[in-house]
Design a binder for this molecule. Structure first.
Ligand code: NAP
Length: 281
């Protein structure tokens, strides 16, 4: 069984991005700039944003964090986004989620200029992805996709089962696999026989949020299994896949932690660079 090393894959991707940023600097005499808006003082968001900033600087990007207190008015945030949209020195804008209850998440997402939407959440990018056009792609499914392609460069005709249909993970994952000519089944909480669906798959991507949902006898031999789940349990952080059982049958499997997680921030950096490159065309 191939244990898919997400830390190594992310480090390799960051190394490639660092070289690309150096080339862009020589060519355009400037580097891509990622601007993050962080609202409130929730510890996980603070940690994510600090990690994003650190990684961005490591690959040579400019990175700025704009902080607001939890009480900030929605209109202040929307005005700031509009200002950043107009600012040619800003290549990518990310508003760290979740937001305080009084701020409308969808309004925030839709105010970001789609060409600077490094999270790929704007309806324009969602539509472009599902139409097969160039777009920003949400970072976690993009990371999963890159890991799958490392194991199996030619996905054409493979049967893929995506477990979970969130806008963040399951739906964009489905589009990426479709683009690669997989035959994709997207499953969710109302799917009648999830085990039977999974047993058909050459590739399984589990993004559910239920600890160890996908069992060893749900997976046929030779399947590539990508575990997006991050679940806190008494025995620590576990994924949506029963690692001990599935590792006995899968061809390749991502561990949790150390699989998909590290790719997410690396893909954010990739998206920022891609937004910059498109803006220079
Ligand atoms: P979400 O928005 O809660 O969506 C969960 C999906 O799972 C829904 O589509 C739901 O179906 C489906 N589901 C629930 N119970 C099910 C069941 N018994 N059988 C089949 N499908 C079922 O979750 P998410 O935001 O996509 O996150 C999923 C997991 O990934 C979480 O553990 C989260 O922490 C993790 N995550 C990891 C990363 C990373 O960087 N590795 C990033 C983001 C999220 P319905 O639509 O029918 O309700």
């Amino acid at each position: 069984m191939i244990l898919i090393d997400g830390k190594k894959a992310a480090a390799d991707l960051r190394e490639d991005l660092k070289k690309e940023v150096a080339e862009l600097k020589t060519k355009y005499n400037k580097v891509p700039n990622l601007t993050v808006i962080l609202i409130g003082d929730m510890a996980p968001s603070q940690i994510y944003v600090r990690n994003k900033e650190k990684s961005a600087i490591e690959v040579g990007l400019k990175s700025e964090v704009i902080r607001y207190p939890n009480s900030v008015q929605e209109k202040v945030v929307l005005e700031k986004i509009k200002e950043l949209n107009q600012d040619d020195s800003v290549s990518g804008i990310l508003v760290q989620l979740p937001l305080p209850k009084h701020i409308d998440k969808q309004k925030v997402i839709e105010t970001i200029d789609p060409s600077k939407d490094v999270d790929g959440f704007h309806p324009m990018n969602v539509g472009n992805l599902s139409s097969g056009y160039e777009s920003s792609v949400p970072c976690t499914p993009l990371g999963c996709y890159l890991l799958i392609k490392k194991i199996e460069p030619n996905l054409s005709g493979k049967k893929a089962v995506v477990v979970g249909r969130s806008n963040l993970n399951g739906k964009p994952m489905t589009q990426l696999l479709l683009k690669e000519n997989c035959t994709v089944t997207i499953t969710h909480s109302r799917t009648k026989d999830l085990k039977a669906e999974c047993l058909e798959a050459d590739i399984i991507v589990a993004a559910v949020g239920i600890p160890e949902l996908v069992k060893g006898d749900w997976v046929k031999e030779g399947t590539i299994v990508i575990d997006v789940g991050i679940n806190k349990t008494d025995k620590g952080i576990v994924g949506d896949v029963d690692f001990d059982q599935v590792s006995k049958v899968a061809k390749a499997l991502t561990p949790v932690p150390g699989g998909v997680g590290p790719m997410t921030i690396a893909c954010l950096l990739k998206n920022t660079i891609d937004c910059f490159k498109r803006s220079q065309k």
